[in-house]
Design a protein around this ligand. Structure first.
Ligand code: HAM
Length: 427
């Protein structure tokens, strides 16, 4: 038997109803904040992620699905391609490629699959789904303002509320600007020098190549050492400090609760200033329901002719669905009626009636004249239809139909002209 590849899964009904409920709700929230949808390719040139996300990050150094294109055309040959591990780099690439600033398109959202070769566990998959948004634009558009950071965080609080997630925690930090981080990295390098030998091999490498990434380490034995390291907060310049204060002031004023976490550096290299994660207790070890932050230099590093400060986030949709208290049964749409054609030639009549009722937006399941009545009842029960509607010769002659409510067993005869209203009204 061929099974789905490790770390991937089939999303089946009724769960897909929950996913659709989440996506419809978030689309509606994005609409009221004037975000527009963007769909970028699910694979991009490998260089985009190496330059955007950073060579030394776990994502780029260990987790990408990368291959060399075997195309016949000269232009395809040997090109290194990668399934997108995240969507921010792709959105910024598209922003530059299509000069979206000229069209005033600077608030974009996306919903789609991402791919990382991680060790699968609850809430962690190799193909997973993100719902994300990015605000970016020329400095004249106010995209660097702390007001944008606070607005994005307020949007997230509203969005989680609307899908019915309670009990989340917003963890907030500032990772400063590149100059702050250079000083921080140097201080970390020095602090790590005498202790790195006692740490895991990844940390020993990070201590030399990109010390900040030591904070991504999950090895329990390394944590006491990491606890003693300097923190980015000690290295923020005045501009970054003020920016962060203003974000926190607005959040406090509008009542979005947050927890300051000065260990939070995020696992991607493009972040500047505000960085955040929302965590949720129901998730276990993989407790980050979403993550994001500001990335003021990313557009330029990907070749933008002008500065385009930005901020965004990505929600792990798989984890969002895992934290929902709503169940699939509460959002799934049950059939209103199962139409049971009774006797030869009745498929035609049943099809005619089904067509009529579906035009009234009713959910109809259609049976077969070859079924005995008992089999039709079993089928209606199995799909949890509310009613069974019998279409036999007598019914057609009388233009009235036997309609039976399956839970109560109550049966009545309803004229064709009243059927749709009757089914809709008793929902
Ligand atoms: P990230 O923190 O790498 O950020 O991913 C965001 C969220 O995606 C995580 O908090 C988690 O919920 C979900 N996620 C990540 N990996 C997996 C996985 N293997 N299985 C299931 N869910 C996963 C980013 O991707 C940034 N692009 C976010 C961003 C947008 N920053 C600025 N703009």
């Amino acid at each position: 038997m061929i099974k789905s590849p490790r770390g991937t899964r089939d999303l089946l009904p009724p769960d897909t109803a929950l996913w659709n409920f989440v996506e419809a709700t978030v689309r509606d929230v994005f609409r009221t904040y004037n975000f527009h949808e963007i769909r970028t390719p699910i694979f991009e040139s490998t260089e985009l992620f190496a330059r955007g996300v950073g060579e030394e990050t776990d994502i780029v150094s260990k987790e990408m699905f990368t291959w060399e294109d075997r195309g016949r055309a000269e232009s395809d040959k040997g090109q290194s391609l990668t399934l997108r591990p995240e969507n921010t780099a792709g959105v910024v690439r598209a922003y530059i490629e299509h000069k979206l600033w000229d069209r005033g398109l600077n608030k974009l959202f996306y919903i789609g699959p991402q791919f990382r070769r991680e060790r699968p566990q609850k809430g962690r998959y190799r193909q997973f789904y993100q719902i994300g948004a990015e605000v970016l634009g020329p400095t004249t558009a106010g995209s660097e303002s702390p007001a944008r950071d606070a607005e994005i965080l307020e949007l997230l609080a509203t969005l989680l509320d609307r899908v019915g997630i309670t009990g989340w925690t917003l963890e907030l930090n500032s990772v400063g600007c590149p100059a702050d981080r250079a000083k921080f990295n140097e201080a970390l390098r020095q602090a790590l020098e005498p202790v790195a030998g006692k740490m895991c091999v990844d940390c020993q490498r990070r201590a030399v190549t990109n010390p900040l990434r030591v904070f991504d380490c999950k090895v329990p034995e390394d944590q006491p050492i990491i606890e003693t390291l300097p923190r980015i907060s000690q290295f923020l310049d005045d501009g970054c400090r003020t920016h962060f204060e203003q974000v926190k002031e607005i959040l406090t004023a509008i009542g979005v609760p947050f927890t300051y976490n000065d260990r939070l550096v995020r696992g991607l290299d493009y972040y500047t200033r505000t960085a955040f994660e929302f965590t949720h207790g129901a998730l276990g070890a993989q407790n980050a329901i979403l993550g994001g932050g500001r990335y003021d230099g990313l557009a330029e590093s990907l070749g933008s002719p002008q500065a385009a400060p930005g901020i965004g986030f990505a929600i792990g949709e798989d984890r969002l669905v895992l934290s929902l208290t709503a169940t699939a049964d509460s959002v799934i749409c049950r059939p209103d009626a199962y139409i049971a054609p009774l006797g030869l030639g009745m498929n035609r009549e049943a099809a005619r009636l089904a067509r009529e009722l579906r035009r009234h937006d009713l959910v109809i399941e259609l049976g077969d004249e070859a079924f005995k009545l008992k089999k039709s009842f079993e089928a209606a029960d199995r799909i949890k239809s509310r009613y069974i509607l019998i279409v036999g010769e007598n019914e057609i002659k009388a233009d009235s139909f036997a309609l039976k409510h399956l839970a109560s067993g109550e049966q009545q005869t309803v004229p064709r002209s009243e059927l749709a209203a009757k089914l809709a009204q008793s929902r």
